[in-house]
Each structure stands twice: as C-alpha cells, then as structure tokens.
Write a protein that binds this ligand. Structure first.
Ligand code: PMP
Length: 429
C-alpha cells in the first residue's frame, strides 16, 4: 500500500508540474528594430480574462501603453513628424522646434520622438494636469509651459498658445514665406517649397534645397486635436489594420473614448470599412458633450458646460478623453460612431482597481473608462456567446499616481472607490 501511495503522490506531482509548466515568453518581434521609433506600434492585443470570463464575450485590449512613450499617442506623434518632414516643414538637427498644446500624453510622445530625430519640443499644458506627466516631459528635455485652464475661445488657452508660440518662433521664416504661417484655420502649414521637397531621409533633394532646409530653424505647430489629419491617418493606417490582422477580421465591436477623436475615428473607420457590421461605440466620461452629440445630434452648449465645470474642459477625474467641442479629427469619424456610453468617475475608478485585483493589469483612467463602456455595450446588445469587443488600453496607471491612482485625491474629490460597482455591472441582466 505504501507503493500505491507513493505512485499516487508521484502522479499528482506530475499533474501539478504539467499544469504549471512555464510557457516560453513570446517575443513581440524577432527583429532588431532601429531606434526608439522602431518600438512604436505593433502592440499586442490582450484578452482581459476577468471580464471575458464573466461576460462570455471576448474583451480584447490593444496594449498601447507598451509603446516607448507610454501611450497610444506615440503613433500620432511619429506620424505627425514624418508627415511634416515629407512636406518640408521640419528638417532634423536645424534647431527646429515642435510646439503642441496637450494634456500630456501627446507631449511625452512628441518629446520622445523629437529627441530621437533631432528636434526640440515645447509643450504647453493646463496647470491641473497630473504632475508625473510634467516630470516625464522635463526628463525628456522638453520645454514645458503650464497655464491656467481656459476656454478654447481664449487666446491664453493652451492649444491657442502653442499655435501662437510656433508662429512667433518662425517669424523670420513667415516673412520669407515658408514654415509656420499665421493662420487660425489651418496649421498643417504648407511651405512655399513644399512642392519640391521630399522626405529628407529618403528623398532626392537638390543641394540648394537641402541647404535651404538646413539653414532654417522652423517652428512647427503639431495641432493633433483639430486640423492635423496625420492623427486620423496614424490610426486608419496603423491601429485599425493591426487590430484587423490580430483578430483575423473577427471583431463585433470597437469601443474607444475621444480626446482628439483620432483613435476612435481612424481605427473605427478602418474597421467599419472592412466590415460594415462592426459596431463603433464611444466611451464618454462625465461632463463630456460627445455622448449627447452621438445620441441626440447636439453637443452641450459650450457656455453651459463651462459653467458647470470642476476641472478644465470636462468634469471628470478621467484624463485624456471627453471633450466639449468637435475636433476636425473627430468629425472624420462621426458618421461611423453609432452608439455612446456614459461612464461615471466611480465606475472608471472601480474598473481600474478591479483589473489590478483580478488581472494584474495596472491601467490609466481612459483605459478603465473604455472597459466600463465595453461592459455596457455587451449588456445592451445581450451578447454572451463569444462575441468580440476590442478596445484601447491607452496608457498605464503609472501616469496617474497623483490623481486617478491617489486614493486621498479621490476622497477629497468625493469619488467613491468600490470594486463592487464592477461586479454589479457584470451581473446586471
Ligand atoms: N487616453 C489618453 C491617456 C490620452 O492622453 C488620449 C489623448 N488625449 C486619449 C486616450 C484619447 O485619444 P484620442 O486623442 O485619439 O481621442
């Protein structure tokens, strides 16, 4: 009988070993990439186990926080800079400076790529943005200017200031008819030499062209939020096709929040073009006017929204998404967004804690917001048999220590921290 006991013990041990046999770590790519920009994009799609198992629906998150600059915005910054180079608006190592007004992520992406490609960066942001974003920008060598939050119609508003600074930087060049032109309607400014200029890296430039480009430090206003279509294109030609490939085209819905709207518009439009049945839905935090726009065709009255605001732009602890005006990049995808879900601060906070607790995923506020909207969509559609919802995990929790991931801050802001909210959402009929 001792030999039987020994046999059973050994068999059990073998089963345990088999069950926990380590899987080899899968490489993201087996190629050597060339510099920091080679690390941008091609992010994995991660199945969120806790939510997928509870819903019986695959909830897949595009892990954009794995980009080298820490967010989905690396794609946009890279594309904007490449497009500007192609148009002759930027040339490396000339002392040219990129200006942007941003709540943070895009600034960090621009600062990262600027260093790698021989540019300076000036980032202008509201002074209530999480402190760690400022620290990251300074560490990356960017010039940072923080201003009081103001309405978009105010000249001192951070985006307007960025435009103005870029115009001033390029003043001499404006006089001679190239680089940044002082215009409020368009910032993808075409230089007079644009027609002859091709990408500095690959192009056929005459010696004179090259000489001219080299001798002119330019100010370039990146303008991701309104006019610069490079934002939309980065997603239409990058994020969208990647998701399509990674799912072999089996996607039932795409859910995303909107800050500039580039992600939801570009990615959504690509997926919708590939398959007209894909549902593209917006996740919208409290106080954002987009929900009303999608549901009822009208944004909040701008003044009304401002009158009720607690923080800049939108009344929420969620950073990076939610807006009260339509951007050009958002408009490019408005026709394909068919639904919208409001997400309360308490729900986004609960989701972030839930994901750490169950999945070990430490995510930022907009990612949490997106995942709450995924549940709401699944419940509304009555899905439970393996349908697939894809969303964006925009950045990591490590960008949010001072506010969204600061329990004291949340308590002061009267925002409850209660993971049970997610259980209730998952259990709802
Ligand atoms: N999440 C975070 C953290 C962001 O910074 C942004 C950009 N403001 C977004 C989401 C939204 O992306 P988009 O600008 O493409 O709408």
């Amino acid at each position: 009988s001792t030999s039987i006991a020994l046999y059973l013990k050994q068999r059990k041990q073998k089963r345990i070993e088999e069950r926990f046999e380590p899987r080899p770590i899968e490489l993201r790519s087996d190629e050597v990439v060339d510099g920091v920009t080679g690390l941008i994009g091609n992010t994995p799609l991660v199945r969120i186990k806790s939510l997928s198992d509870a819903l019986g629906v695959e909830i897949l998150g595009k892990a954009e926080y794995l980009n080298p600059g820490g967010s989905v915005k690396d794609r946009v910054a890279l594309r904007m800079i490449e497009d500007a180079e192609r148009q002759g608006l930027l040339y490396p190592n000339t002392g040219s400076r990129i200006f942007e007004g941003t709540v943070g992520s895009t600034g960090i992406s621009i600062a990262t790529i600027a260093r790698a490609r021989g540019y300076e960066a000036t980032i202008i942001m509201p002074d209530d943005v999480a402190e760690e974003k400022v620290k990251a920008l300074l560490a990356l060598g960017a010039q940072v200017e923080r201003v009081r939050p103001a309405s978009i119609v105010d000249k001192k508003q951070f985006v307007n200031l960025a435009r103005e600074r870029a115009e001033h930087f390029g003043q001499d060049e404006v006089a001679s008819g190239s680089a940044i032109l002082p215009t409020s309607s368009s910032s993808v400014v075409v230089s007079t030499t644009a027609a002859e200029v091709v990408a500095p890296d690959h192009g056929i430039l005459t010696v004179e062209d090259e000489q001219e480009l080299r001798t002119k430090p330019r100010g370039f206003f990146a303008d991701q939020s309104s006019q610069n279509k490079s934002n939309f294109d980065a997603h239409y030609e990058g994020t969208g096709p990647e998701i399509w490939r990674q799912t072999s085209g089996r996607v039932d819905a795409f859910v995303s929040g909107a800050g500039t709207g580039g992600t939801v518009a570009g990615t959504g439009k690509f997926l919708k073009n590939m398959n007209g049945d894909v549902i593209v839905a917006l996740s919208d935090p409290e106080g954002s006017g987009l929900y009303n726009k999608i549901k009822f065709g009208v944004m909040f009255d701008q003044r009304e929204a401002e009158g009720t605001k607690r923080r800049h732009q939108v009344d929420t602890v969620v950073e990076g998404i939610g807006i009260n005006r339509l951007t050009h990049n958002m408009e490019l995808g408005l026709d394909i967004i068919s639904d919208a879900f409001r997400v309360l601060d308490e729900e986004a906070v609960a989701m972030s804690r839930y994901l750490v607790h169950h999945d070990g995923l430490f995510l930022g506020s907009s990612s949490a917001c997106n995942l709450v909207a995924c549940i709401k969509l699944v419940k509304k559609m009555g899905w439970h048999s393996g349908e697939r919802v894809v969303t964006i995990l925009c950045d990591s929790g490590n960008r949010h220590y001072s506010k969204f991931w600061n329990d004291d801050y949340l308590r002061d802001a009267n925002i409850e921290i209660n993971m049970g909210i997610i259980d209730d959402l998952l259990e709802a009929p």
